[in-house]
Design a protein around this ligand. Structure first.
Ligand code: MG
Length: 463
């Protein structure tokens, strides 16, 4: 009898232990979300991704404690559409925030368009479950009312409104951008806090440092609430600037100095979370908006073994470093499951225990099962958009190119009929076309493309 009671007791234990779901945590506040978004950082630019001389100890540590992605994508090969896609969870064509016939490729200071007010960003979707949100860093989604961060759910804003090479001073050649010592007063870029210009031109040498201080302050100020911090660095987009403590200190020249300062910055953010006792309840994602700007010569980054760079739909243009960190919740490791910035919106909402807004087409999915249970994700197509056109599609291990880009490398754009096919696990550098041997794969990818395009409703052009 005693034995039976013991068995019964043991069998009932799980009923009294509350389930540890993705939306709950030890201190019963929904998890904080921090997205650290670098600009033009390449797949091969971090120590943990194989760079021989750029030293990134904090990011390497983050990778050792977290989940490092080998196959993570930005949803566009250039800035504006990539950011629109990250914050809306939708390919940028849906919001009109990408190049359409007759428009430019990104927003410029004189552009009239911007992220439409009716688009729902991650910051606005997190308002209902009580999150406080900050945008710190580069915005590049519009400067007019309705398109600014404060119009899209961000409660605190410390921003540079567009790229740091825009607003060039008269007489300064465009090529000054990729000089190893660009003139500090060469660009008339403003820095704003909550809608007010506080410095113009912004001193770019201390931007990474000041973004970091702002990010840490925001974390400390809001430690009692759930928060979303979108820390979108201006660097390492050219012109490159590092603060005094980093300038001239790396083996890789100014580009290395800048990336090593970004590494320091990430370490500061993670340490602040640890110091405040928030680390176990904060999902941090570190990634990049697109691949390296290869035409910037020594001032551009590296895509490692991947082909192409920024502006192209080769892997180097859109596959980016990505590390997810949440100590005690994310099993440390490396994953080759394909995922993308489109997945951040649904994943963050799932963590917050908030349903996705209805009547909206989302292009990503909640990747919590991969992050927290090391489960494989269901196979789904990923579309490599360049402007409003799908140039390529990945399905499982395979990638088909329908069009290959001219990009910045001077080569002409080419249409492929039949498409070119690569096995990305075996051939990450996209060298060996295996279309002839796998007609059934091409057929499946073509079908996925047709289904995607049949349902696509492009937004009104904004660029
Ligand atoms: Mg960029």
């Amino acid at each position: 009898m005693k034995f039976l009671l013991l068995v019964l007791f043991i069998a009932l234990i799980p009923a009294f232990v509350p389930p540890f779901t993705s939306a709950q945590s030890a201190n019963d506040k929904p998890p904080n979300v921090v997205i650290i978004f670098t600009d033009d950082l390449g797949y091969g630019d971090l120590g943990s991704y194989g760079h021989p001389t750029i030293r990134t100890p904090h990011l390497d540590q983050m990778a050792a404690e977290g989940l490092r992605f080998t196959d993570f994508y930005a949803a566009a090969p250039v800035c504006t559409p990539s950011r629109a896609a990250l914050l809306t969870g939708r390919y940028a064509i849906r919001s009109g925030m990408t190049q359409m016939p007759g428009t430019r490729r990104v927003l410029f200071p004189d552009s009239e368009g911007g992220l439409p007010p009716e688009e729902i960003t991650l910051a606005s979707a997190l308002e209902a479950p009580g999150y406080t949100s900050a945008h710190i860093g580069k915005w590049h989604l519009g400067i007019h009312e309705g398109s600014r961060p404060q119009d899209h759910g961000f409660d605190y804003v410390y921003k540079v409104p567009y790229s740091n090479d825009m607003d060039r001073r008269p007489g300064l050649p465009a090529s000054a951008r990729y000089r190893p010592d660009p003139p500090a007063d060469g660009w008339n870029v403003p820095l704003l806090r909550n809608g007010e210009i506080i410095e113009r031109p912004v001193d770019q040498t201390t931007l990474t440092k000041r973004y970091t201080e702002e990010a840490v302050d925001f974390i400390v100020r809001n430690k009692e609430k759930p928060f979303f911090l979108y820390l979108a660095h201006t660097m390492p987009h050219t012109p490159l600037f590092a603060s005094e403590s980093f300038l001239g200190t790396s083996l890789r020249g100014i580009y290395g100095d800048v990336v090593e300062e970004l590494d320091w910055s990430t370490g500061e953010v993670l340490q602040a979370l640890q110091r405040e006792g928030l680390a176990e309840n904060t999902l941090v994602i570190f990634t990049s908006d697109n691949g390296p700007w290869l035409t910037e010569r020594e001032q551009g980054g590296s895509a490692g073994l991947l082909r192409g760079g920024k502006g192209s739909t080769w892997e180097g243009g859109m596959r980016v470093p990505a590390i997810a960190w949440m100590p005690g919740r994310i099993q440390p490791g490396v994953t080759s499951e394909p995922a993308s910035t489109l997945d951040m919106f649904p994943t963050a909402l799932a963590l917050a225990g908030e349903p996705l807004p209805g009547d909206i087409t989302f292009d990503g999915q909640d990747i919590s099962p991969l992050l927290f249970k090391s489960e494989a994700l269901p196979e789904r197509p990923f579309f490599y958009y360049r402007g409003h056109e799908v140039f390529a599609c990945r399905l499982g291990d395979w990638k088909a190119h329908f069009i290959t880009p001219g990009s910045y490398d001077g080569r002409p754009r080419e249409t492929h009929e039949p498409p070119i096919l690569y096995n990305l696990l075996r051939d990450p550098s996209e060298r060996f076309n295996v279309a002839d041997e796998h007609p059934e794969i091409l057929e499946a990818i073509q079908a996925a493309l047709e289904e995607h395009e049949a349902k696509m409703v492009p937004g009104a052009p904004q660029l």
